[in-house]
Design a protein around this ligand. Structure first.
Ligand code: CAA
Length: 240
């Protein structure tokens, strides 16, 4: 049956590509999603990968959701914290809810999922956690104090948890994607996005599958000595 992997926000965009890449590597994959039932149903029909609905920003719901996955599919060996939202706007126009939702889901989601999965990984002496950060958590981005803070937090979370997991065979790593061709990036106003793409040395947006390959490496048995690491996949936009 192979290792069991859970990918949060796994039914669309980068998450979907990660699900497919892990499955190609022989893993049993489960996707999580929070909102879009229609897209999740289509995803399961097209891929055969089950999708479990819960909001990773809600602590109790996440613990319950992961317990259900463990019961119905098996113990979670690989956790990919991919779920994330944007609520862009300059600080002057950003509401507390815009701040809080992004912190709660993007960063809080990593904590909630790790609380659910880490103890079992430690008992079984094997685990892989891959957190999806962002170029904007490394470099900052105008109009994203919430998102940049949450993603930057993910990079710190990764390095701290890596130290806690190291002696139990658990690696914890992060990917810092640049601008990838997904619905999230498509929501950036066209004139703003044009200026961003002009600054990418490779000259184009990235593909979700290009992020997924990095995740697949971190999640593999071969990645055992790689922990606390961040892999930037951004077309050279930010060399960190
Ligand atoms: N640096 C300095 N000034 C900037 C700027 C920048 N990068 N971007 C915009 N400004 C200035 C503008 O020139 C403008 O100034 P003037 O009024 O003097 O002309 C002012 O700020 C207001 O700009 P906007 O008209 O764009 O303001 P807005 O309120 O309509 O929109 C915004 C602000 C929502 C932040 C919009 O600029 C935006 O969407 N920016 C893109 C944010 C972004 O990159 N998001 C990434 C989403 S994808 C993602 O997050 C995935 C990932 O991990 C990479």
């Amino acid at each position: 049956m192979g290792r069991i992997a859970v990918v949060t926000g796994g039914t669309r965009g980068i998450g979907r590509a990660i699900c497919e890449a892990l499955r190609e590597n022989g893993m049993t994959v489960v996707a999580n999603y929070a909102g879009n039932d229609e897209k999740a149903r289509a995803f399961t029909e097209e891929t055969g990968i089950p999708a479990y609905k819960f909001d990773v920003g809600e602590h109790e719901a996440t613990l319950e959701g992961c317990a259900k996955i463990a019961e119905e599919v098996g113990p979670i060996d690989v956790l990919v914290n991919n779920a994330g939202i944007t609520r862009d706007g300059v600080l002057a126009k950003m509401s507390f809810d815009d701040w809080n939702d992004v912190m709660r889901i993007n960063l809080g989601g990593c904590f909630n999922m790790a609380k659910a999965c880490f103890p079992g990984m430690r008992e079984r002496k094997w685990g892989r956690i891959v957190n999806i950060g962002s170029i904007n958590g490394q470099a900052g981005q105008y109009g994203q104090v919430n998102y940049a803070a949450a993603k930057s937090g993910i990079h710190g979370f990764t390095k701290a948890l890596a130290q806690e997991g190291a002696r139990s065979g658990i690696t914890v790593n992060a990917i810092a994607p640049g601008y990838i061709d997904t619905d999230m990036v498509a929501a950036v106003p066209e004139n703003v996005l044009e200026k961003i793409v002009a600054k990418i040395p490779v000259g184009r947006l990235g593909q979700a599958s290009e992020i997924a390959r990095g995740v697949a490496f971190f999640a593999s048995d071969e990645g055992a000595f790689v922990t606390g690491s961040t892999l930037s996949i951004n077309g050279g936009q930010h060399m960190y």
